[in-house]
Design a protein around this ligand. Sequence first.
Ligand SMILES: NC(=O)C1=CN([C@@H]2O[C@H](COP(=O)(O)OP(=O)(O)OC[C@H]3O[C@@H](n4cnc5c(N)ncnc54)[C@H](OP(=O)(O)O)[C@@H]3O)[C@@H](O)[C@H]2O)C=CC1
Ligand SMILES: CC(=O)C(=O)O
Ligand SMILES: [Mg+2]
Length: 616
Amino acid sequence: MISSLASRSLSRNKVAARTATFAKSLSTSSDNTGKTTKRSEPLVETGEWAGCRRDFMAPIGISVRGADILNEPLYNKGTAFKTGERDRLRFRGLLPSRIMNINLQKERFLLAFRAEESNIKKNVMLEDLHDRNETLYHRVLVDHIEEVAPIVYTPTVGQACQEFAARFRRPRGMYFSEDDRGQMAAMVYNWPHKDVHVIVVTDGSRILGLGDLGANGMGIPIGKLALYCAAGGIAPHRVLPVVLDVGTDNEELLQDKFYLGVQKNRLRGEEYFYLVEEFMNAVRYRWPNVLVQFEDFSSDVAQTLLDTYRNNQLVFNDDIQGTGATALAGLLCALRATGSSVEALGDQRIVIAGAGSAGIGIAQTLLQAMMEQGRTEEEAKKAFFIVDQDGLLGTDRMESLTPEQQTFARSEDGGMALGEIVQKHKPTMLLGVTAVGGLFTEEIIRAMAANVERPIVFPLSNPTTRAECTAEQAYEWTEGRCIFASGSPFDPVHFDDGRVMYPSQCNNMYVFPGLGLGATVSGAKTVTDRMLYIAAEALAKFVPDEDVAQGKVFPPINRIREVSHRIAVAVVEEAIRDGQATKLTEDELEDIDSFVARKMYYPEYVPLVEKRTITI
Ligand SMILES: NC(=O)C1=CN([C@@H]2O[C@H](COP(=O)(O)OP(=O)(O)OC[C@H]3O[C@@H](n4cnc5c(N)ncnc54)[C@H](OP(=O)(O)O)[C@@H]3O)[C@@H](O)[C@H]2O)C=CC1
Ligand SMILES: CC(=O)C(=O)O
Ligand SMILES: [Mg+2]
């Protein structure tokens, strides 16, 4: 598949183009918000990845005045404000005299951060920084993403959501509830930033594998958007986290006197969909080109919402589509690790435990990939064994299955339990998206290992407590033979004989930032299935053979900006092929790598000027 897709990609030598891009990207600069300006002298190469670092920054014109600037996290630089700027912006004397640079500020923050042992307290420290100084916050994320991602994202974000009300200090994002019906188009103007590019919205109904957390689910859009900025290069003033607060069916929250959301049972049926529709119209009214990412909606509404908007608005569902693309990339690399061709995907026997948003999203994406490789749908479907709480999806219960699940229902063995399926059908791949921690028992994993030399085991549920098995268990029960990737990160596993196993993280964080960047900078009108497929292909290609040989089937997290750049370029190219790219000029079309690189926000301090003194 990779080779067939490659032949369809734009006809140019990408390696040569990337080299040329580096030189070219150095002769333009950005105002740190993606706006580019021409410059006559090239910069000195910094040794950093092309497009990431720039030593010239156009000033930002701000309307905030004097001391208020210090309380505005998007502009605040704290002790890094230089003397001239303190004078010019009229807050000289309000900061201690010593002037630090961003690296020293970061060092100081990390010292305290690393001294803290509790991950949830680390999350609070980071959120406090987010609320004080966004540039420094994002710089910490960019430079230390591997260390910090598990704190702002899974697994710690799960606990942050569970304790959201108790830890609430300052608001971030927007909330829309039934009481706001009829007001939403006006309410969106309360958001202080006029150029929003990406919204991540949840209704809190299925937060990771933790169930219905209602309005406490706000932690998820905040965490996802932090990754959009740090990993995907979307500027922080261009993202908006949203909770549709339609109530909760979580009894504990309904009784909790400190719960911050609407304390009623969930809105359902027509009224629910009307509310979502009003929200979608409102955001589209103020920001016509905004990308809306649906996140952690329970499966009874997730597919319907996606189908309602996917063909005429710029939306995607991360749990269905982003996860599908990510899993496809990981499984293609896993095939490489077993010594098989990626074209052998359709020859696999794939058991997916979990038939909800993620399980069916993965199955649909794999099915599409097999068809790209030349299988018919009928042939490709035979590879799948999908299991829910009632066992294998079978044609004997078609009427209780969704249309998407029906595609994968098998005529034999309907209702068969997971363990029996593994014994009887000898799968080569076992994926878990059930949110049931420990579902992959020793017996199941040992049965996989008895049938296949290199079993592929992906327990993808989040957070860590919900993983179907741990990395240590999977490696131990397969004598180190399995290829392992999990939704939340696990540490390397050391065997007594000196071998070290490297678990990978298979999480949609590898896809959504680059996908969103590519879709927004190209001015795409919709997110097509093909864009997701191309994103998967770009991600899979990013993993070098040396890593694959060690069983690593995803790139290291600390290369996520490069991954996002690569995915965004591929998405832009696909948007062009598909006639979807509405924003690109001739110049930009000529060198897409450079264009995308220049659009990526990089967190560093830019000069600030009061708006009336300069026209920006
Ligand atoms: N790694 C990643 O990037 C991602 C991970 N996820 C994770 O995947 C998990 C599921 O998410 P999502 O699909 O949206 O959730 P859903 O609630 O939509 O689906 C869960 C599915 O698991 C099934 N299930 C529950 N218990 C069992 C069991 N004991 N045996 C077999 N199947 C069972 C449910 O069956 P039934 O319908 O019968 O109840 C349902 O089909 C979550 O933990 C989430 O965090 C999600 C997206 C991305
Ligand atoms: C990763 C993700 O999107 C989830 O667990 O829901
Ligand atoms: Mg999710």
